[in-house]
Design a protein around this ligand. Sequence first.
Ligand SMILES: [Mn+2]
Length: 318
Amino acid sequence: MKSDSPKMRSMFGDAPSGGFFDLPMASPGTTEDADIIIIGAPAATPYPSVGNYCATAPDAIRAAFGWPGVLGHHDFDIDGRLLPDTVKALDWGNLGYSDSDFSANRESITGTVEQVLDNGALPLVLGGDDSVPIPVLQAFREHGPLTILQFDAHIDWRDEVGGETMGLSSNMRRASEMTWVENIIQVGARGIGSARPPDRKDALEWGARLFPMREVVRDGIDPIIAAIPENARLYIALDIDAMDPAVVPAVIGPAPGGFSYWHLLEIIEAAAARASIVGFNLVELMPSADIGGRGALVAARILAMIMGLAARQRHHSS
Ligand SMILES: [Mn+2]
């Protein structure tokens, strides 16, 4: 019986693996000499006022695109197969999480990402809200130094919100306190967010390079790329609200005037030509606010491109 709203995957036959882009799935800790490992982290330190509103995001992103055998097809955005034959990627599925023991959530995320890094692989982490990057960045303690390239409508430099210091509005301030974080480059801030004037001042005094969206539109991407030290170890932190709400409606705080898919990719591709991608997180996709899965599809496409660009770096350097 045909469905009233058929899926693309139905056209290609077999059931997909369940992993992102039909990647093989494996239990956390099973590295199988993989070069790239995807981890779903549904929650770290949610604010009690809103809860784990992004917990279903990793599965929504996997479900957005997973035709059987798709990795053998030509990808027109990267002009080739997404993964070269020499590069192996796995999907570790989702970590469990607690709605009350947030330090346990953070320990689980840090420990899992450490396993990936200790095996010389690249972690691609799907949140969860924007508190997830804090324990991910903690895992780089012995794997620095890092340059962080953050895309976000907000700068996330609050010391605390409602007494919580590990929440989504504090991730870049917590990162600035990690001795292995050398540079923070923040792209896409716009409108009004959680930051008060002293929070912005603290970011600038620390040395964070802020490229508000107005400047990106006015001056183009060259100043951003020039701020990335050549051959840096680059951690890309993507809050999906960096994207325009017309492109990704599925966020808790839509901010007009954000990135298109191609505009974001232009920056990421130029950054990858200059520095090595050593880590990535994609956070803040809220499937309950999505429209026809559009936001999840854009998120999946961005993750695919990060995977393809990183795979080419690993392919050439190893
Ligand atoms: Mn954020």
